[in-house]
Design a protein around this ligand. Structure first.
Ligand SMILES: [Fe+2]
Ligand SMILES: [Fe+2]
Length: 378
């Protein structure tokens, strides 16, 4: 019997993925919000089977124990960070990430160097802020996985990831506070995604949402920023974080491969829909509506143009360069009449399907393996 997937409306709350009104209908998070409570419906599972059942996970656990670093003493915090200079250099090399002639007829078309630089600084701050909030999501999700995964080997590994994520929250928060003067609130779409991942009762969904989707995107984004930024503290911070992050994505891929190979089509359908929903939330997030707000630009006017901006599209699709091959490796792309493949085609990210998956790639990202060039998609 073939399974029937839910409609876009049921999965992401809108029929058209580019429905700007629906994207902007998600309210921006109050920047003064301090606490956010999410109900977690999952069971905590003990395992009395302490045998070595999954050597690949135990190998990762050993790597994690020796790969620890100290955010306080291993990073050069006395670096004098000149954000304006750093962003200006990046823009000189890469452009502003948008194609200015797309914005003719809007206030953005009148922007000079000063406004574009300000936009770049806000974007840098916003991007690192979303990394920070995503890291806290990872901290909470891996604590959850430690409780909910039924396998002893996975509990051991997940516990090391909790420490890794605490360190990541620590270093991004410190960088934002000490070097950039504070952070942006969590993006509305990112928060919605984190809420869904934390709330879901099925333990593999935490892995799928966090390790495969959110961390897969983070690994690509960190790699990209690490590669082009000349700011030495940020560069080193990202390098250290990536050495952990690659292990985390491997943990997700290795664990889920085993589970998904044994799942029925109906069970896989739910996972495909969740992966699609997560991909859409992350794509919506990259409209960075909070930045446009702060720049005094009406988001309703500008977001349709941002969506159609080819330069932006290239940057954005690169962020899926880890997610798509990992979904393929897990069998999610092509099960159920290639449902997720068609969704990724519609999102223009399917071209990454044959890039290297992250099941083994973490070795390249280990500290000290710098000659291996840990860049996005390499
Ligand atoms: Fe992290
Ligand atoms: Fe992580």
């Amino acid at each position: 019997m073939t399974v029937t997937h839910n409609s876009n409306e049921e999965i992401i709350g809108r029929a058209e993925i580019n429905d700007v009104d629906a994207i902007l209908a998600v309210p921006v998070v109050d920047p003064n919000e301090i606490e956010h409570v999410v109900k977690n419906d999952a069971d905590s599972i003990f395992s009395w089977d302490y045998s070595l059942a999954r050597p690949a996970l135990r190998k990762l656990y050993e790597k994690a124990k020796t790969g620890q670093w100290n955010g306080t003493t291993d990073l050069p915090w006395d670096t004098d960070v000149d954000v304006e200079k750093s962003v200006a250099e990046d823009q000189a090399m890469l452009g502003v990430g948008l194609q200015p002639d797309v914005y003719i007829g809007t206030p953005v078309a009148k922007w000079g160097d000063k406004e574009w630089l300000q936009f770049g600084i806000e974007s840098r701050n916003w991007t690192l802020s979303q990394f920070l909030h995503g890291e806290q999501g990872a901290l909470i999700c891996t604590a959850k996985i430690t409780e909910t995964v039924p396998w002893y080997d996975a509990k051991l590994y997940a516990s090391t990831q909790v420490v890794d994520e605490a360190r990541h929250v620590e270093v991004f928060a410190r960088y934002l506070q000490e070097k950039l003067g504070g952070e942006y609130q969590v993006n509305a779409h990112l928060r919605m995604l984190l809420d869904d991942i934390v709330h879901d009762a099925r333990w593999d969904m935490t892995y799928l949402g966090m390790q495969v989707m959110v961390e897969g995107l983070a690994l690509a984004a960190f790699g990209f920023l690490h590669q082009f930024t000349n700011e030495p503290l940020l560069k080193q911070l990202l390098r250290y974080v990536m050495s952990d992050e690659a292990r985390h994505v491997a943990f997700g891929v290795l664990s889920l491969k085993e589970v998904y190979d044994g799942m029925t089509d109906a069970e896989i359908k739910d996972r495909q829909e969740f992966a699609f929903e997560a991909a859409i939330r992350m794509r919506d997030r990259f409209m960075q509506q909070e930045v446009w707000d702060r720049m005094g630009i009406n988001t309703r006017d500008i977001i349709p143009l941002v969506l159609a901006d080819p330069t932006r599209g290239v940057f954005q699709s690169m962020l899926f360069s880890k997610i798509v091959p990992n979904c393929k490796k897990l069998g999610l792309l092509d099960r159920n009449d290639k449902w997720l493949r068609h969704k990724f085609e519609e999102m223009n990210v399917i071209q990454f399907e044959d890039w290297e998956d992250t099941g083994e790639e973490y070795v390249k990202f280990e500290l000290g393996a710098d000659d291996a060039q840990p860049v996005a998609g390499s």
